[in-house]
Design a protein around this ligand. Structure first.
Ligand SMILES: Nc1ncnc2c1ncn2[C@@H]1O[C@H](COP(=O)(O)OP(=O)(O)OP(=O)(O)O)[C@@H](O)[C@H]1O
Ligand SMILES: [Mg+2]
Length: 286
């Protein structure tokens, strides 16, 4: 991709953060994220993933270092201003939902956009339809299932149209249908030019859908690169308490059973092609 003159949308320059109790959650983090990218952040529990994304809308302010969004230092910008640009969907929906009904939750979120009353109602109805939440319109968000409340949180952030979307563990506890809904949603948002950051422990999801992955451990970024390369690296995977993608595990079993290392086989389709070819030329030395 041609990126000669383009500056990263998010530039993190040597930031660190310690919580008031002294826990050093982030240590000298440097990171560039370009407009339109889809990036995964992975790593073991307590690695600093959530702390890192909380710096993006000012919920925590780095102890040292600087963050630029759209080439502006965000240190003096308020959470309210930053939240218009960076929408964060947190892991636990109940930390974010507070209105008395599902409908009110969306309406409240839209209020910050200075729309007319009828426009807010129109948009709210549209969103409830889109997210299949229409039937819960009058229900308290507290009485939704885990999956439904997560969907409502996503809807309440995305309806404000922030340029950068950040999801903390979006697939956790979601059934296959909801994961599919989420995958379509990120595909659409990406088509709309959004920049998307996803924290996940879901290796298969990351392997399949995220082009770039950042691995964190102990408050630091230990690698940042193409997901398929990062997640196939046994050494890095062990360091971050993740598991190897199934296709890589299968590849290793083949090697343990006398096959040559199948280096360029990264996807199921490539593996099928490889095995078809192997069967076809069984008599020759593969
Ligand atoms: N509010 C807080 N006060 C003090 N320490 C905290 C606070 N929140 C997190 N920490 C600590 O900061 C470190 C990083 O936590 P963080 O929540 O960023 O990790 P994480 O990578 O998101 O983990 P997980 O995968 O479990 O969500 C951990 O040692 C954690 O105990
Ligand atoms: Mg976390």
């Amino acid at each position: 991709m041609q990126r000669v003159k383009e500056l990263p949308l998010v530039m993190i320059r040597g930031i660190g953060y310690s919580y008031p109790n002294g826990t050093e959650a982030l240590k000298n983090i440097n990171l560039n994220i370009f407009k339109g990218e889809l990036v995964g952040i992975m790593g073991k529990n307590g690695a600093g993933k959530t702390s890192l994304i909380r710096t993006l809308n000012g919920l925590i302010r780095p102890t040292y270092g600087k963050i630029y969004i759209d080439n502006e230092n965000i240190s003096s910008k308020s959470i309210a201003t930053l939240s218009k640009k960076v929408g964060i969907i947190f892991q636990n929906p109940f930390h974010q939902l507070f209105a008395n009904s599902v409908e009110e939750e969306i309406k409240f979120s839209l209020k910050s956009l200075n729309l007319r009353k009828e426009e807010i109602q129109f948009k709210t109805d549209q969103i409830l339809q889109e997210y299949n939440l229409e039937k819960y319109r009058n229900r308290s968000p507290l009485n939704l299932s885990g999956g439904e409340s997560k969907k409502l949180t996503i809807a309440s952030i995305i309806c404000r149209d922030p340029e950068i979307l950040v999801f903390d563990e979006p697939t956790l506890g979601q059934d296959a249908k909801e994961i599919e809904f989420f995958i379509n949603l990120i595909k659409n948002e990406r088509k709309n030019g959004k920049t998307i950051i996803i924290i996940t422990h879901n290796v298969e999801f990351a392997y399949k859908y995220l082009p770039r992955t950042i691995l964190m451990t102990d408050g630091q970024i230990i690698v940042d690169g193409p997901t398929k390369k990062v997640l196939n690296n046994e050494f890095l995977i062990k360091q971050t308490s993740l598991i190897l993608p199934q296709i890589r595990q299968f590849n290793l079993v083949l090697q343990q059973n006398g096959f040559h290392e199948v280096e360029d086989v990264l996807t199921t389709n490539e593996m099928i092609d490889y095995l078809k070819n192997f069967i076809k030329h069984k008599s020759t030395n593969i």
